[in-house]
Design a protein around this ligand. Structure first.
Ligand code: IMP
Length: 184
């Protein structure tokens, strides 16, 4: 596979992503076989993962979206979370699966969990494609985890740096930013 010039190395290739998402879909389908859960996609990073996960899930489910903002175009979490877009439907009494691209410090997810719990869902679980466990500042109970990754800034498969590289079909580590600038 040809690598994008901004990428230093591919951390998770496309076929490994597809295989893992298939396994996660199977597990979720089994766990929710007597339910009709709501998948809540955390915009924008979860879109590719969510779309693939939906295709690999055989139980009926609905989809809704939330859009928090915390990074303001940088690479470090500020811990200050604003909700730029809220759910369309009530989740009261529903089984909710929060679908996220990556849990890093956990600050965003903690905020979302606190917020959603006040709306009294029947259950509330987290499904994240990537987990940077070594960066955690706030404990987050993750029910479904795709891959544990090291403390490196990654892009692709929905994840961005300054809104770019979401289209890459793999998860890649970016080249150091100085090197990227000096090439321009
Ligand atoms: P947290 O609040 O630090 O857990 O950050 C969660 C959010 O930060 C994720 O939903 C991503 O949007 C973003 N994020 C964290 N790490 C990365 C990364 O390595 N690449 C791209 N986005 C990231």
């Amino acid at each position: 596979m040809t690598m994008h010039p901004a990428i230093e190395k591919i951390l998770i290739p496309q076929d490994a992503l597809q295989k893992r998402v298939h396994e996660m879909g199977k597990e979720i389908s089994q766990d929710y076989k007597n339910s009709c859960p709501v998948f809540i996609g955390v915009l924008k990073g979860s879109v590719m993962f969510l779309a693939d996960l939906m295709k690999q899930t055989t139980v009926d489910h609905s989809v809704d979206f939330l859009c928090p903002s915390s990074y303001a175009g940088g690479t470090k979490s500020t811990g200050i979370v604003r909700l730029l877009l809220d759910l369309r439907e009530s989740i009261e009494g529903k089984d909710v699966l929060l679908v996220e691209d990556i849990v890093d410090t956990g600050l965003t997810m903690s905020y979302l969990l606190d917020n959603l719990r006040t709306r009294r869902p029947r259950s509330l679980e987290i499904c994240t494609l990537l987990d940077k466990t070594s960066c955690r500042k706030s404990h987050v109970p993750i029910r479904y985890r795709g891959f544990e990754i090291p403390d490196e800034f990654v892009v692709g498969y929905g994840l961005d740096y300054k809104e770019l590289y979401r289209n890459l079909p793999y998860i890649g580590v970016m080249k150091p930013l100085k090197a990227e600038k000096s090439k321009k």
